[in-house]
Write a protein that binds this ligand. Sequence first.
Ligand SMILES: [Ca+2]
Length: 312
Amino acid sequence: MELVAKKIILDCDPGIDDAMAIAYALGSPNLDLVGITTVAGNVSLDKTTANALRLREFLGAADMPVFAGCAMPLLRPALTAEHVHGLDGLGGAALPPPGGVAAPEHASDFIIDTIRRAPGEITLVAIGPLTNIALALRREPALTAQVRDFVIMGGSTTRGNVTPAAEFNIAADPEAAAVVFSAGWTVTMVGLDVTLQAVANKAVTDRLSALGRLAEVLLLPSLGAYADDEIGYPAVHDLCAVAHVARPDLLGLRPARVEVETAGRWTSGMTVTDFRAPAGDCNALVATTIDVPALWDTVHDAYSRLSVTGAN
Ligand SMILES: [Ca+2]
């Protein structure tokens, strides 16, 4: 039986784990990446966009369209994470500056138009703050019915990483997340409950180091600089969400009602998750388990299929 790769749009804020997710999306035979959209998040929009362009060129996909989106959260001042991802967003990976430029269209227009033209075919995967997605939903509410699936890396049912209550992608733009979770579709939420288990420990980096220039130029320098002093090794959050689309067997999902806290003095950006909500009230499928060895197997397989380019 011939495998039909799933078409995906990746909305991202590269970002070290975003870079690993983009590389996976390009390498996986189960995925057909149709475009990359960028948003402000880990670093500013000009940097996340430049990083997406640098990555497409380095990863042998110079024709992959990149669309820049929102430079600021809907209502709040920007929240960035240079202390985690480095000043340019890719840690210690010294990729050359981009040769090309982003397409002129706004990210939210690309998302709306592409999904409208192929109803039921495209999975939208958001691995940064949800600003572009909220904007797209406000402009085209029918997006919820036209998309095949909608998957995010974000949130948590237990604890945060920016604050004790909130995970970064939700904390950076809680109002956008509230729009997205209340849009009337099912959000597949891949949050810290599972992504904190997906750590690139020494055994993982030893295995990745056999991948030649991909490892030497991108994976090892960026992972080496990826700060997570809490668990000792970096957790590759975004990679889990993209890998789930290619390999749905990796995660265990449970239906739940998720509300985003936007007003709490201590809990702004918290994804308040009710697993006991009646089925008709559920707006999310929440990842609660992950097969970590199988994740690294599929990642290694996808990475080994890439033909990395770029000058020495
Ligand atoms: Ca990200």
